[in-house]
Write a protein that binds this ligand. Sequence first.
Ligand SMILES: [Zn+2]
Length: 165
Amino acid sequence: MLDCLPKRIEPVGLADAGRSFRGKVPIAELPRLAPALYSSEGELDVRLEFGLNERCIRTVTGSIEGSLDLVCQRCLGSLRFPLALRIRLGVISDETQIRGLPEGYEPLLATGEPLATFDLIEDEVLLAIPAIPRHTEDEHCETEYENQPSPGKDNPFAVLGKLKS
Ligand SMILES: [Zn+2]
């Protein structure tokens, strides 16, 4: 395994050659994640292994590990989201080959043109992020917007509380 990640990869040739790579991807270099992020600091550890399976289907396997700092959609605070993704892609040259892929493998369409490595990583990470990230009950939100204003003289909702009672 080479200790680098090429900027561009050509899956067919790399699979035939059985190459593998590992490296770090700065989260700030994945611009499509930006809207979901509280902070783009940090890096992800990525491993990519290109090869052939027993049925001579070209595969890209590997992992993406690290953590993202997402925006909680309830309190708009920072939400740490650990990532430990498995990559399982079967390389196809047209869509008719999708059915021939082994179970659990997603298609990766290779047209002969090299692919941007970070695009591929970004696609995988986007699929793993929850549609509406939120702190869990155990993690607690940074600010509570739970319609439970604490009574106090400066709190306009305290008046409403009095009216109700
Ligand atoms: Zn929250």
